[in-house]
Write a protein that binds this ligand. Structure first.
Ligand SMILES: [Zn+2]
Length: 303
């Protein structure tokens, strides 16, 4: 009996040891597993997005590199501005990013301004980013015939001739197109803008009037029209406006501040303000439904 008891005891001891060992190894394994899982997940949450981000950034730069070769109007001097603008506007296409930066939409109006290029040509762009100096007076200013303008209205020769031709052709359709404001000097604009800011405040005045040096009227290529019957602010409702919508480009004129282009042009829609750019450019702008800013940013390189 004694030996049998001992044997039983031995077996119990053995089983107990096995039991303890299994428990320990189980616990060991569980801790190990937990450790592995936690380190893995922390590694994952820390590491993976960084790699993704890096990859993303790399892709963007790669894409900018590719688009650089594809886009004629990619300006290497703007590289950093493209990258910054892309970061701030990740939903935009790369093409749009380049276009917008070329149009200076990454800058505030009247900030980082530059003197207008292509002076005394039809390509000149004057807006809230490009200015003319106090003493800029366009060459070849001529009076518009009072048949088609209020007295004393001047435009640059080519623009004046094109305007008279356009108004004459409209007249044949019993339409009256009359220039009521055309070339305006720097000083004239100073007084005009000051009057507007007194009436409406600076913020509002900026939506419809250029600050001195920034008005396109100083180029001698811009003209405001009306039909002698309706106030110019309602020109949109006239038959003359409809006719100009169809034909202005054939004479080299564009509606300079169209609807839905306020961001690009910096101005609200003005049905009465036209700009002479020459027939070829005017037709291109009309057919492609773009603003002069977009044309300038993609077709006219000033760098
Ligand atoms: Zn105007």
């Amino acid at each position: 009996m004694k030996t049998a008891k001992r044997k039983k005891l031995k077996i119990r001891k053995k089983n107990f040891t096995i039991f303890i060992l299994t428990i320990f190894s189980f616990l060991f394994l569980v801790t190990k597993c937990i450790n592995i899982i936690t380190t893995h997940t922390t590694k994952e949450t820390k590491k993976v997005p960084t790699t993704k981000e890096k990859q993303k950034g790399k892709n963007k730069n790669d894409k900018l590199e590719t688009i650089k070769k594809e886009l004629e109007y990619y300006n290497e001097e703007y590289q950093e501005r493209y990258e910054k603008y892309l970061e701030e506007n990740p939903k935009l296409s790369l093409e749009q990013v380049v276009k917008n930066v070329n149009m200076h939409l990454d800058q505030m109006p009247y900030e980082d301004i530059e003197e207008a290029k292509y002076q005394n040509t039809e390509k000149i762009l004057v807006n809230k980013h490009y200015y003319l100096t106090k003493d800029y007076v366009p060459k070849n200013l001529e009076n518009i015939s009072t048949r088609y303008a209020l007295s004393g209205m001047k435009l640059v020769k080519n623009a004046k001739e094109a305007f008279e031709k356009m108004a004459k052709d409209a007249e044949k359709q019993d339409l009256t197109i009359v220039a009521m404001s055309s070339y305006r000097s720097y000083t004239y604009q100073v007084n005009l803008y000051n009057r507007y800011t007194k009436e409406d405040g600076k913020e509002k005045a900026d939506t419809y009037s250029g600050r001195a040096g920034h008005s396109e009227h100083q180029t001698g290529l811009a003209v405001d029209v009306y039909n002698k019957e309706t106030n110019y602010t309602n020109f949109e409702k006239t038959d003359e406006y409809k006719w100009m919508q169809k034909h202005a480009q054939d004479y080299g004129f564009i509606l300079r501040f169209p609807k839905n282009k306020e961001k690009e042009t910096g101005y609200q829609f003005e049905s009465w303000h036209y700009r002479y750019v020459g027939i070829e450019i005017a037709k291109y702008i009309k057919n492609n439904n773009i603003s002069f800013e977009e044309y300038y940013a993609t077709k006219i390189k000033d760098w």
